[in-house]
Write a protein that binds this ligand. Structure first.
Ligand SMILES: O=C[C@H](O)COP(=O)(O)O
Length: 267
């Protein structure tokens, strides 16, 4: 497991996407906390974070702080601006005030539906870091790129562009998520070898660009149809330090099992 090999605590991140109002969010967070406690989840073996819609963040903050839950949370996006006249934008400082520890940037759904370029993703990552929030920078290839065997070059170009100009200390605070677009919400999970090929190449790229010490500290996640029945094989890969989970994070028992992948593996 990654934890034993490199000292990187695995991160299991549940991206709720555009699901759950604040009442439903309360129910899910409470049930998740109870289930993890009941199943004797060990926070030293996996860090668990949820990513609700913006409208649920205050509710999640109140629950986590009020009940002293050992859950982290973050937002699914952030503005590339630091404030001012940008209607509809939510800034990193606003998210920091809500206690967010993480923010997802450059998810493929944002890159595709909102034409977000690597430059925009880089600007969002910088805003997050300035507010002391760790960005989870998403990269991943579409089906045509995969069919042409171009996944490594494609993802390394996205990593390079999305982290351009960041200082080494900012890169070590960042998380990278490899999410092949063809595996998101489709049930077509990448094989562990497929996922490791790209995650390993990303770590190698970080080592070449920023040094081995930086590369070994960065957590690299896999995302795309992760479930309780495939998480163990994925997490056994040496360069995969956690999962970014979509659909399965809305099902408490399934997500709690994913978070306890080390038990499923008999560890
Ligand atoms: O952010 C999460 C990913 O898009 C994966 O979603 P999924 O687990 O529903 O395939």
């Amino acid at each position: 497991m990654a934890e034993a090999t490199h000292g990187r605590t695995p991160l299991m991140a549940g991206n709720w996407k555009s699901n759950l109002n604040h009442v439903e969010a309360t129910g899910l967070v409470q049930k998740l906390a109870w289930t993890l406690q009941d199943k004797r989840w060990d926070p030293a073996k996996s860090e668990v974070a949820v990513f609700p819609p913006f409208t649920d963040l205050r509710t999640v903050q109140t629950l986590v702080e009020g009940d002293k839950l050992q859950l982290e949370y973050g937002a699914q996006d952030v503005s590339s601006h630091d404030g001012g006249a940008h209607t509809g934008e939510v800034t990193a400082r606003m998210l920091a005030k809500l206690g967010c520890r993480y923010v997802i940037v450059g998810h493929s759904e944002r890159r595709t539906e909102h034409d977000e370029s690597d430059a925009v993703v880089q600007a969002k990552a910088l805003q997050a870091l300035r507010a002391d929030i760790a960005p989870i920078v998403c990269v991943g290839e579409g089906p045509e790129v995969r069919e042409a065997d171009g996944q490594v070059d494609h993802c390394l170009a996205q990593v390079g562009g999305s982290l351009a100009g960041l200082k080494p200390e900012d890169i070590t605070r960042s998380v990278i998520a490899y999410e092949p677009v063809w595996a998101i919400g489709t049930g077509k999970v990448a094989t562990p070898d497929d996922a490791q090929e790209v995650c390993g190449a990303i770590r190698q790229f970080l080592a070449e660009e920023h040094g081995i010490a930086v590369a070994e500290r960065v957590r690299i996640l896999y995302g795309g149809s992760v479930k309780a029945d495939n998480v163990v094989a994925i997490m056994a890969e040496p360069d995969i330090d956690g999962c970014l989970v979509g659909g399965a994070s809305l099902k408490v028992d399934e997500f709690a099992a994913i978070c306890r992948f080390y038990d499923l593996a008999g560890g």
